[in-house]
Design a binder for this molecule. Structure first.
Ligand code: FPP
Length: 249
């Protein structure tokens, strides 16, 4: 059990964010510090992801969206990209059984077109296997970019307007949200309450620009593979002290 929960009042459970987004940054630097190749950091990052997912499920988080590969990451060295693309295969064999046991449902959002077939197959298999699970949703943002997401949504909506399916004045925030990649998540949990970024970078890097309009942010210098229960607790504790007003007083 989380120390944070053990020592807190029962009401602290109400402050657990329902949807948490994580930018898992710093794998490369973590590996470099250990004089290891960058991909060693990505492997360690998968272990960290498994731990954080299981903890999230235990404390009642509903959705965990993790930025695994952005549309900009294709410009990395080819061997690193192909290593990252193999991770879902590893993930399926090594991590999915335990997640499935814990009632975790796996989903993916991002553009499928550029992803290799075996990457897609491993992810599709994970989604298929866990599709009836009712616990935490582990949502992989893979080949995801917020601007690309909005571009696709605008294209879709424009098509509907030009075909007379909807009128321009009927385009509401809800219509836009329904055309975003997060529309596959339950209605109540499409926008992250908390976004965590590791490794000391203080920016969003094209992660959920629409959905983060009212998110709380937590930045930590810790590299992703070192982001453990203790570090997660710090983030949750800080979130529990934030006052979310959504523009009201
Ligand atoms: C950022 O660190 C991390 C990534 C681009 C990859 C993260 C992916 C995982 C942790 C595994 C995801 C799992 C699946 C199943 C896809 P970085 O390489 O940018 O680190 P640096 O900033 O130190 O260079």
């Amino acid at each position: 059990m989380f120390d944070f929960l053990k020592n807190s009042k029962p009401t602290a459970l109400e402050t657990i964010p329902k949807h948490i987004g994580i930018i898992m940054d710093g794998n490369g630097r973590w590996a470099k510090k250990r004089m290891q190749p960058r991909v060693f950091g990505h492997k360690a990052g998968m272990d960290a992801l498994q731990d954080i997912t299981l903890m999230s499920s235990e404390i009642g988080v509903k959705v965990l969206t993790v930025y695994a590969f952005s549309t900009e990451n294709w410009s990395r060295p080819e061997d690193e990209v192909s290593f990252i693309m193999k991770l879902p295969v590893d993930f399926f064999d090594k991590y999915v059984p335990k997640l499935h046991e814990n009632n975790v449902k796996i989903q993916m959002m991002g553009e499928r077109n550029r992803l290799p077939e075996d990457t897609l197959k491993a992810l599709d298999d994970a989604c298929q296997l866990t599709k009836n699970n009712t616990g935490l949703i582990l949502n992989f943002a893979l080949n995801y970019g917020g601007r690309a997401e909005l571009t696709l949504a605008i294209r879709e909506i424009s098509k509907k307007v030009s075909q007379g399916e909807i009128k321009p004045e009927e385009i509401t925030e809800e219509v836009i949200a329904n055309h975003l990649m997060t529309s596959d998540l339950p209605d109540l949990y499409q926008n992250p309450d908390l976004i965590i970024r590791t490794s000391g970078e203080i920016r969003l890097s094209n992660f959920l620009p629409w959905q983060s309009a009212y998110s709380e942010f937590y930045f930590t210098p810790v590299f992703w593979p070192d982001f453990n229960q203790e570090e997660y607790t710090k983030a949750l504790e800080e979130y529990s002290h934030r006052q979310r007003r959504f523009g009201k007083v």
